[in-house]
Ligand binder design. Structure first.
Ligand code: SF4
Length: 456
């Protein structure tokens, strides 16, 4: 059983993967389970679960809506992924209930069980997203999951069943302050004493080993069973990816479990420290928002939600929509103009350089067009070493000036001050002799377009 078979290629499907524990009919199947959860939630100290902790980590605001404000949501139509997952889980639960009683059902009887399970729950309201997929396609997919599993594990004697849909409640800490709850699809124990936590998945994609080694859900359950039973030594976490006929097995070290426990306690402490103040549960807007059930109330999504369902005629009258659309229009225009401006600037620069070259070649200071002219100016700029550009020469200049009476005025080595000093110093003066070792001139040519001055 611990041996995984070769994997088939992942099948692409628009049937979304839905977390197992979020499936509504699990509650219907196990009505007492729901009662238990609600009873625990109503205790003064909340009881946490993997999904509750992850909900906060993904989006604190969503956590607030679900667990603190407890916003009631209108009944949503069931998605096919949820429906299919529930049917497959129910049949595998039935299979192992029989096995636990010493009866191995035939594959035919299991098929009957599956068909019955499907038919008794099916309603046309179930949403199939996959374009072109029919309910029969979904039945085939569901049955393939079970059939492959059956063939791989028949006669199901790899381990003793300890619990099916096993509810576990346990504290994360020694004092029992941080309580957790969870459900294990199947808990088994092998002949050599290995406890196995099984989870069935009908996901349309197969995660990697590394992803499951990092997945906390079953590891929480390991913490739970180690607390609930004595003598639990070796534990395996096993995910059965039924569409791929593949199982991923992971184990955790004691220090990994300690770290998981510490991180969960830190998250719970953080949650509880925020009280019931909405503003302390910020929104985390991202791709998962599209699947969030609280889009209608969440400030990060509610306007988008309203706009999505608004008839086109109302959209035109909605001022906020008009303002956003107008902004977008102006923004595209601006980008277009910015692009054009960059292009025009480049062309002007090319013309400037060409005119400067003509002016230099032909000795011109003015080049005429029909109505405009370009004035060429040549400036010889007096320059001195600058600390940023010519640091070594600047240091030499500083050393040469430091011992002179001009140092207080020129100590910043400002080029403007040095130029003034150079131009006002007497020829052959000491200052002039010092500065002439460092001064140089830079010829700067510029071209400026203006109206022709001979045109009045
Ligand atoms: S819509 Fe997005 S941001 Fe708002 S609560 Fe849901 S997940 Fe969080």
């Amino acid at each position: 059983m611990r041996q995984a078979r070769a994997d088939g290629p992942p099948r692409s499907s628009a049937i979304a993967d839905v977390p197992r524990k979020a499936r509504g009919d699990r509650r219907a199947v196990r009505g007492s389970g729901l009662l238990m959860v609600n009873t625990l939630v109503n205790l003064p100290m909340p009881v946490y679960s993997h999904s509750r902790i992850e909900s906060f980590r993904h989006c604190p605001r969503k956590y607030f809506y679900r667990y603190i404000a407890k916003i009631e949501l209108p009944e949503q139509p069931e998605q096919i992924a949820t429906f299919l997952g529930s049917r497959v889980h129910a049949v595998l639960e039935h299979l192992y209930e029989r096995v636990a009683k010493g009866i191995v059902p035939s594959v035919e009887s299991l098929r009957e069980q599956f068909d019955q399970e499907w038919a008794s729950h099916w309603t046309p309201a179930v949403v199939i997203h996959d374009r072109g997929a029919t309910p029969d396609d979904c039945i085939s997919l569901g049955w393939r999951c079970i059939e492959k599993y059956y063939q791989r594990f028949h006669p199901f004697d790899q381990a003793t069943v300890i619990g099916l849909e096993q509810m576990i409640t346990f504290p994360l800490d020694e004092a029992g302050r941080f309580k957790m709850i969870g459900y294990i699809d199947r808990l088994t124990k092998t002949a050599d004493g290995c406890w196995q936590i099984h989870d069935y998945k009908t996901n349309s994609s197969l995660p990697t080993q590394a992803e499951k080694d990092d997945d906390p859900q079953l590891a929480y359950y390991e913490i739970g069973i180690r607390r609930m039973w004595k003598g639990v030594e070796h534990v395996e976490l096993i995910w059965h990816f039924l569409r791929f006929d593949h199982s991923i097995v992971s184990t955790r070290t004691p220090s990994q479990l300690d770290q998981l426990r510490a991180e969960a306690i830190a998250t719970i402490t953080d949650i509880e420290g925020r009280g019931d103040d909405t503003s302390r549960f910020p929104t985390h807007e991202g791709p998962l928002c599209s699947y969030c059930e609280y889009q209608q109330v969440c400030p990060a999504r509610k306007h988008l939600y309203q706009v999505r369902v608004m008839p086109e005629s109302d959209l035109a009258r909605e001022p906020a929509v008009a303002l956003v659309d107008r902004w977008a229009e102006l923004d595209s225009k601006r980008k277009l103009l910015q692009g054009e401006q960059g292009d025009i600037d480049g062309q002007i620069e090319e013309i400037r350089q060409a005119l400067l070259a003509i002016a230099q070649r032909d000795g011109l200071e003015l080049i005429a067009g029909r109505r405009t002219e370009v004035a060429i100016t040549v400036n010889d700029r007096v320059l001195f070493p600058r600390k940023g550009q010519e640091p070594e020469k600047a240091a030499e200049l500083e050393a040469a000036l430091r011992a002179t009476p001009w140092w207080p005025q020129l100590s910043s080595l400002n080029v403007g001050d040095l130029r003034t000093a150079w131009e006002s110093a007497e020829t052959n003066s000491e200052l002039r002799r010092i500065l002439e070792k460092f001064v140089w001139t830079d010829r700067e040519r510029s071209a400026r377009l203006r109206a022709r001055r001979d045109h009045k």
